[in-house]
Ligand binder design. Structure first.
Ligand SMILES: *Cc1c(COP(=O)(O)O)cnc(C)c1O
Length: 395
């Protein structure tokens, strides 16, 4: 038995959705694109969704339409996939790395203000492992400084955030849970549909927003910067189109969108199962001597994209051997993440080592153990038993 840290869940309905499109007139840019966008926007509670060929393309598009460019700075965290920082470089901006909270791995909102300069244009918080970042604090700061917020929610489809200020708005009423993707405290939210994420389209991503002008530009950016509706000149004829900005071919196919629609119908079940598994792990591993389990703050309803355990000191130093042994015994554990600025490419750009000590300590101690909706109870049991046995051997 080899259990990966995450994997897709595909059923017959998903397969039929894709084959139906194969038999139809459009295999790309047909009706499924908009249908998926409408379903996604509705699920999250946002006004608009624009789907892209990948989460990375979606992040790139969000930076571009936010008006971030050469000489600007984007504040983010190093405890993420390299794509989060790379998109800053795509648009000519500099990623500025802020350290994380030691328990959630999310951006430490208390450190942001200190890092803001006249060049700062945007903040990209990452909802690490599916646990929402401290968005109210990030939002207040961004408001004060006039910064754009782009949520990297590639881990967090299905997560929710407790909006405490709903209380004030409604004269003492109960605080309100809002979905990540509603953009209640941000300008845009980005998702990925890679097979390890909550729902998959093979490759794919999306930007959600409530801003019509971002929406229009996202649509153009996805397809070479071309528009067929808004013209600056008198059309030459019915074939006419205009290019207004330098876009890309970042389109998703109808085959993929059909899969996305079918997957999205199962999202609640997927999240419930992930949370159920997390609940079992939390109980089994409660105050064990080897590692800490992930925190869930009062304001967070995590989507548990990952279940990141953090090894206690005596075990963190043996992590490489522990990971090898876990893999040998059939647990396809993974590590999230090597802090981005430690990558050779970023080192060569001049980022200092030890820039974010909490992120580095997190990296040294973290292991992501299997968690995905297709896991059955026997497999969950196999994970807990194997983990305990391996750690006892290393004690
Ligand atoms: C997966 C992921 C991305 C990139 O998404 P792709 O669809 O693989 O391009 C970006 N940021 C984070 C945090 C991710 O986990």
């Amino acid at each position: 038995m080899v259990l990966p840290y995450s994997r897709q869940f595909i059923d017959d309905g998903d397969i039929k959705a894709v084959t139906d499109v194969l038999r139809s007139d459009f295999i790309t840019q047909g009706p499924k694109i908009e249908e998926f966008e409408t379903a996604l926007a509705e699920y999250c509670g946002a006004a608009h969704a624009v789907i892209f060929s990948s989460g990375t393309a979606a992040l790139h598009a969000a930076c571009e339409v936010a008006g971030v460019g050469a000489g600007d700075e984007i504040v983010t965290t190093p405890l993420t996939f390299v794509a989060t920082a790379n998109v800053s470089l795509y648009v000519g901006a500099k990623p500025v790395f802020i350290d994380v909270e030691c328990d959630t791995g999310n951006i430490d909102a208390n450190l942001i203000e200190h890092a803001i300069t006249p060049c700062t244009k945007a903040i990209i918080p990452v909802h690490f492992a599916g646990h929402p970042a401290a968005m109210e604090q990030v939002f207040d700061l961004a408001q004060k400084q006039g910064l754009v917020i782009i949520e990297d929610a590639c881990h967090a489809l299905g997560a929710r955030y407790l909006l405490s200020r709903a209380k004030e708005h409604r004269g003492g009423e109960r605080a309100e849970w809002v979905r990540i993707g509603k953009c209640a405290l941000s300008d845009m939210t980005v998702f990925s549909f890679h097979p390890v994420k909550h729902i998959t389209t093979g490759e794919g991503g999306a930007v959600l927003t409530n801003d019509k002008s971002y929406y229009d530009r996202l649509l153009m950016f996805r397809t070479h910067g071309i528009t067929r509706t808004e013209f600056t000149r008198e059309p030459d004829g019915p074939w006419y189109y205009e290019m207004h900005l330098l876009g890309f071919n970042y389109r998703m196919t109808d085959l993929q969108a059909a899969l996305g629609i079918s997957q999205l119908r199962k999202i609640e079940r997927f999240i419930e199962r992930r949370r159920e598994i997390a609940g079992i792990y939390n109980r089994k591993f409660h105050s064990n001597p080897f590692f800490d389990v992930p925190a869930e703050k009062d304001y967070a309803y995590s989507a548990y994209h990952l279940y990141p355990i953090r090894l206690k000191e005596g075990y963190a130093v043996k992590k490489a051997a522990i990971v090898s042994e876990l893999r040998r015994r059939g647990l396809g554990v993974q590590v999230h993440y090597i802090p981005v600025y430690l990558q050779p490419f970023y080192q060569q750009l001049g980022y200092e080592k030890a820039l974010c000590p909490v992120s580095e300590a997190f990296y040294r101690s973290e292991i992501s153990i299997p968690i995905y909706p297709a896991m059955n109870d026997d497999e969950v049991c196999f994970v807990t038993e194997t983990l305990v046995r391996v750690f006892e051997d290393f004690a």
